[in-house]
Design a protein around this ligand. Structure first.
Ligand code: NAI
Length: 505
């Protein structure tokens, strides 16, 4: 695709697009709103040179880590496999960037769609170099077998590639994850000195980058859900305080926060795929100083994605959700870890906040704070027999016209990691792309996006935002935001769905 427009320029290195952003400024005058439409000029500059990308996963030997690595290798080497349903080809189903499409315009009256990945130059997932850490020493072939996610025949075909991949020893603070994980922790950096731990992880990153001749590296936490650290401004509040607390090996510094600090100090962006509060203010300051991004928290895969769709639909239709009761049972190692109350609490928090802004937006349905406090209950049970095939059962009770009730009972069954792996890939590819984009507002200096990369909220259960910016959980708004951003950067027109060119020529 090539954009021909007077507002877009392209040379060998950069694509620059001029964009008049239309918004509406609202002033309150007593009980009246005064709406003042306005236009602000933005310029987006995208570096079109694709870097050699390395990714280091924390928790590489887990279900997500092995499924992602193996899935990408299957695509890279076009490995087919057999099951009782026949022969299968590898694909990237479930990946926004690889398998979804974006409307770029109309040809006569026909709408034209292209793959998301073709709108701006993006890294090909098959070119990513993977590495990482795990507290379990198993090579990735054995770890994939332990995970019981991927079909047996594909596991066998991937074995020659995966058995050579062995996770680096990791930091293990048993107090932060469930006690039942202790029996797999045979690949642990010794000692209790947190500063030494930080320095070892930093060295691992630098070595990985150099040995693989990489242009950049991104770190992603897909290790077990930790309990929340007890956040304290004196411990975590600034970069300086955080580094001091690491130096004194403070007990409230989690392993995930050490990884986040190491990433920032090595000039790498960091993504938190679990719900815990890894990205404390000191980490954000470190990232800001290093000019890298942080993003989190907790991958938004099946149940929560659906929840943010359904609740948006109900509230958008003027129907009032009054209760959401979510049961999950799962039998993988994630479920085992979440069976400990402290770790479950982290997950409960991120699962519970995901509809708040959707309800808050509608003051007709929810005129008071009290009414916003709907029954939203989260239950997670560990049931080993279920394996990675997670069952999610949700009941939505809503109030309709004249005091009536509408109830949805939703049953969702899926292999958790087969949803998470393509989503992790999208997080990495989009984060890398956003590192190459700068913008200019009203002819000011070019700047990069905010340190907390809330553009990725579509992929996050509890999206972290820059301070002062409200979080958007609605799935369609999150997706539109991403789609529109790449279109604007490419110089394409944003679709307002009026379709006037089709209706009236
Ligand atoms: P898993 O339990 O199979 O994998 C986690 C891996 O992390 C294990 O291999 C474990 O040995 C390792 N680990 C634990 N502590 C570590 C440390 N300090 N350093 C390095 N490695 C460490 O879990 P799974 O299914 O891969 O999920 C990973 C994370 O992603 C979990 O926190 C889960 O809650 C989160 N998540 C998963 C979703 C999914 O659909 N699979 C959705 C949303 C979040």
């Amino acid at each position: 695709m090539k954009v021909q427009s007077t507002t877009t320029q392209q040379d060998d290195h950069f694509l620059i697009s001029n964009y008049d952003y239309k918004s509406t400024n609202i002033e309150k005058n007593g009980d009246k709103y005064i709406a003042k439409p306005q236009i602000t000029n933005f310029k987006f500059k995208t570096d079109t040179r694709i870097p050699k990308l390395g990714v280091m996963l924390v928790g590489w030997g887990g279900n997500n880590g092995t499924t992602l690595t193996g899935g990408i290798l299957a695509n890279k080497f076009n490995i087919t496999w057999n099951s009782r349903r026949g022969t299968h080809q590898p694909n990237f189903y479930g990946s926004l960037t690889q398998s979804s499409v974006i409307k770029i315009g109309t040809c006569n009256t026909e709408e034209v769609f292209v793959p998301f990945k073709d709108v701006l130059p993006m890294v090909n997932p098959c070119d990513i170099v993977f590495g990482g850490w795990d507290i379990s020493s198993m090579n990735l072939a054995d770890a994939m077998n332990r995970a019981q996610v991927v079909e047996y025949d594909l596991q066998q075909k991937l074995r020659p590639y995966l058995e050579k991949l062995v996770p680096l020893p990791s930091i293990y603070y048993p107090d932060f994850i469930a006690a039942n994980q202790g029996d797999r922790a045979d690949n642990v950096i010794p000692g209790n000195n947190k500063l030494e731990h930080l320095n070892i992880i930093r060295k691992n990153i630098a070595d990985f980058k150099q040995q693989n001749n990489l242009d950049k590296v991104i770190l992603l936490w897909t290790a077990n859900t930790e309990r929340f650290c007890v956040e304290d401004p004196n411990i975590h509040g600034t970069a300086e305080k955080l580094l001091k607390s690491i130096e004194s090996s403070h007990p409230e510094i989690s392993a995930s926060t050490i990884f986040a600090c190491a990433a920032c100090l090595e000039g790498c962006s960091f993504i938190n795929g679990s719900p815990q509060n890894t990205i404390v203010p000191g980490v954000i300051e470190l990232a800001e100083k290093a000019g890298v991004f942080v993003a989190g928290d907790d991958f938004k895969t099946g149940q929560t994605k659906f929840k943010t769709c359904l609740v948006e639909y109900l509230v958008g239709a003027g129907i009032k959700p009054k209760a959401i009761i979510s049961y999950n049972h799962l039998g993988n190692n994630d479920g085992k870890n979440l069976s400990q109350e402290s770790c479950f609490k982290s997950k409960e928090r991120s699962k519970k906040t995901c509809v708040d802004d959707i309800l808050e937006s509608n003051k007709v349905l929810y005129p008071t704070e009290e009414e916003l406090n709907i029954d939203h209950t989260i239950v997670i049970k560990y049931c080993p027999e279920t394996g990675d095939s997670k069952k999610a059962m949700d009941e939505y009770i809503a109030e309709i016209f004249l005091g009536g009730r509408q109830t949805f009972a939703v049953y969702n069954v899926c292999e958790d990691s087969l949803l998470a792996a393509p989503l992790i890939m999208d997080l990495l590819l989009l984060c890398e792309l956003f590192e190459r984009i700068q913008f200019q507002k009203d002819a000011s200096e070019y700047q990069r996006f905010d340190t907390v990369l809330s553009w990725l909220s579509y992929l996050m259960k509890a999206p972290k935002s820059e301070s002062g910016i409200t979080t958007i959980n609605s799935l369609s708004r999150q997706r539109a935001m991403l789609e529109n951003l790449v279109k604007v950067c490419a110089g394409l027109t944003i679709d307002d769905n009026l379709r006037l060119e089709v209706r009236y020529g």
